[in-house]
Design a protein around this ligand. Structure first.
Ligand SMILES: Nc1nc2c(ncn2[C@@H]2O[C@H](COP(=O)(O)OP(=O)(O)OP(=O)(O)O)[C@@H](O)[C@H]2O)c(=O)[nH]1
Ligand SMILES: [Mg+2]
Length: 275
């Protein structure tokens, strides 16, 4: 069977750990084997115990205490330490050959946008023949502030361009949105990322001197019109299954599974015959 994994990234508090937990629980209920990999050295506790855990290598608390770093510098230090000791991850991966892995990543956006840390992790996974999908999460509460939402869109684009792997954007915490908002035409404009929303918002709020800059940003988003979002309501099993199916599809999970099922079936039929 092929090797697949999801790299779950996104701004701090966007719901990465909750997403991972939700997917783990969904997979457990459909009896599908997945493993959680924790890459957040500051993580505290998990409902599903990670099978690979960066905290076995380094923790943020230790770095802050021993090197007197603050939380942000400390986190970057931990991730650079991981990259400098990438053989640790390689050895851990060896134990999970042919398994589907879900990587819960830290929330600092710099790690995806301007440090080559995530890129190195992706390259390591690819070296071991993993098909990697980046799952970028953005908090749906951002749609209440259009410019904040678009800064999330730009970050998603930046990660997409940096990592160069299949990329799925997910709008999280949709269960917190009013049902009316979820069904509204305006909500669809956020899912399909209608960049004219940004122009409308900016024209209402900002001074004219920023108009050209904003138009340039809108144009950039339009040119990369592959930015859209899947809504995720973790209280709705169908919504969870849909997001997972889209991610699976992007990394061809299930294709060789079907072949295997057919092979098993043939073996079973052969067993039944007494030659
Ligand atoms: N209602 C609701 N709350 C959510 C959802 N996802 C996350 N939360 C809440 O949002 C907060 C942050 O969620 P986390 O899953 O810890 O977010 P994270 O992206 O892992 O955060 P960091 O690791 O700190 O970057 C927690 O209080 C969660 O309970 C969701 O889908 N629905
Ligand atoms: Mg987390």
């Amino acid at each position: 069977m092929g090797k697949q994994c999801q790299l779950v990234i996104g701004p701090a508090g966007s719901g990465k750990s909750t997403y991972c937990r939700t997917i783990m629980s969904h997979c457990q209920s459909i009896k599908r084997s997945v493993h959680l990999v924790n890459l957040d050295p500051a993580a505290e506790n998990f409902e599903y115990e990670p099978t690979i855990d960066i905290r076995d290598l380094i923790t943020l608390d230790d770095v802050m205490e021993e090197l007197d770093y603050g939380p942000n510098g400390g986190l970057v230090y931990c991730m650079e330490f991981l990259i400098n000791n990438i053989n640790w991850l390689e050895e851990e991966l060896n134990n999970y050959e042919d398994d589907y892995l879900i990587f819960d990543c830290p929330g600092q956006i710099e790690l995806y946008t301007h440090f080559p840390i995530m890129k190195t992790i992706v390259q390591t996974l690819q070296k071991y023949d993993y098909n990697v999908c980046c799952v970028y999460l953005l908090d749906s509460q951002f749609i209440e502030d259009t410019s904040k939402f678009f800064s999330g869109v730009l970050n998603a684009m930046s990660a997409m361009i940096q990592l160069e792997i299949p990329h799925i954007n997910v709008l999280t915490k949709v269960d917190l949105l009013d049902k009316k908002v979820q069904r509204s035409r305006d909500f669809e404009r956020y899912l399909e990322v209608d960049s004219s929303l940004l122009t409308e918002d900016i024209n209402n709020r900002m001074r004219p001197r920023y108009q050209h800059l904003n138009e340039a940003i809108v144009q950039l988003i339009d040119e990369y019109n592959m930015v859209n979002f899947l809504p995720l309501d973790i209280s709705d099993e169908e919504s969870v299954a849909y997001v997972l199916a889209q991610v699976d599809n992007s990394i061809q999970y299930g294709e060789d599974l079907e072949v295997k099922e057919r092979e098993d079936f043939t073996e079973d039929v052969d067993d039944d015959y007494d030659y």
